[in-house]
Design a protein around this ligand. Structure first.
Ligand code: 2P0
Length: 321
């Protein structure tokens, strides 16, 4: 059925983000309350745009990248159950459309930007007038990393202490770094992965190495903040790379083992280390998938492009414009 717009409508954009100090492990799974704090960089114009309009079609409709999604599909049910946290029972059905402009080639997950954009659109649509930190805490309930996608720039998600989670929200750090660059290096496709929720749970429950993680993450977070203040790419890169590989070590030490890397991932890691051995300060980070993200500064962009010719203009992100 065609749906027509009845008046109320809202639209919002939120960026994707890459964690430099990773979120891995929940202390409470319903609210996505993390065991450790994390710190990320948002990806500027790369992210999700979400619109909500009233509908007269009698039921909710969910679109992703201009395609109508089956109401029973996992994506649609997640979107609608999130909306239902904020919607009173007899309210009008809606049409929700999300478009991701993250190059699909980059192999980035979009749940962070997707839930952040949806939360911002809900705030407008129902005229809640909530502040950014409350919006961040609410976006967190959709997906933990969405708490960080409410903001641009460098963002810290504080784990918080409260049981209701309202202090587990992100804040933008008052730090800019014009020359900071990220390269989205897609190295492999396919290989059905364990989602982050299940992966975290398995790690927390079964990996002895996980014991050491919360303390390391807390320390890395402070070091990375200092490195950003000092615009020290070596300190930032080294800490972020070690943080990511330590997170992966906890996953590998889970049972059954959880290895998100493909052979191509390991090959690309060696290429990063070879380039670094030649004197180029380039570092890697990885999330719950096989792809790499490169961290470097503008002065070395030419060398990074030469060494990784598969990086297109769209894969190179300047988060501060
Ligand atoms: C991060 N990841 O800090 C970490 C590093 C993946 C590896 O946040 O279960 O999709 O929805 O809270 O936010 C991805 O996990 O997980 C993630 P849920 P989410 O970016």
């Amino acid at each position: 059925t065609e749906s027509t717009q009845l008046g109320t409508a809202a639209e919002a954009f939120a960026p994707s983000n890459i964690a430099l100090c990773k979120y891995w492990g929940k202390r409470e799974a319903e609210l996505n309350l993390p065991i450790n704090g994390s710190l990320s960089i948002s990806l500027g114009e790369l992210g999700s745009r979400t619109s909500i309009v009233e509908s007269d079609s009698g039921s909710d409709q969910v679109y992703l990248n201009d395609k109508l999604i089956e109401p029973t599909d996992r994506f649609a049910t997640k979107v609608i159950s999130f909306l239902n946290l904020f919607r009173r029972e007899l309210q009008q059905p809606v049409v929700i459309k999300t478009v991701n402009n993250i190059p699909t080639a980059a192999g980035l997950a979009s749940s962070a930007s997707g839930f952040a954009a949806l939360m911002l659109a809900i705030n407008d649509f129902y005229r809640f007038g909530l502040g950014n930190e409350v919006l961040s805490a609410f976006a967190r309930m959709g997906s933990g990393s969405a708490s960080r996608s409410v903001f641009q720039g460098f963002v810290e998600w504080q784990k918080g202490l409260r049981e209701d989670g309202m202090d587990s929200c992100a804040q933008r750090l008052d730090l800019e770094w014009q020359g900071f660059r990220i390269g989205l290096l897609k190295v492999a496709t396919g290989a059905k992965k364990v989602d982050s929720r299940a992966g975290m749970q398995r790690t927390v429950e079964s990996a002895p190495l996980y014991q050491a993680w919360p303390e390391q993450a807390a320390k890395d977070l402070q070091t990375i903040k200092r490195a950003i203040e000092d615009k020290d790419i070596e300190l930032l890169g080294q800490t972020a790379e070690q943080n990511a590989l330590s997170m992966h070590a906890t996953m590998i030490g889970s049972w059954p083992p959880l290895l998100y890397w493909q052979p191509e991932s390991v090959a690309a890691m060696h290429r990063v280390w070879e380039l670094r051995a030649l004197g180029v300060p380039v570092y890697l980070t990885m999330d719950a998938g096989p792809n790499l993200k490169l961290l470097f500064t503008a002065e070395y962009e030419a060398q990074v492009r030469d060494a990784f010719p598969e990086l297109t203009d769209l894969d190179l992100v300047a988060p501060f414009g």
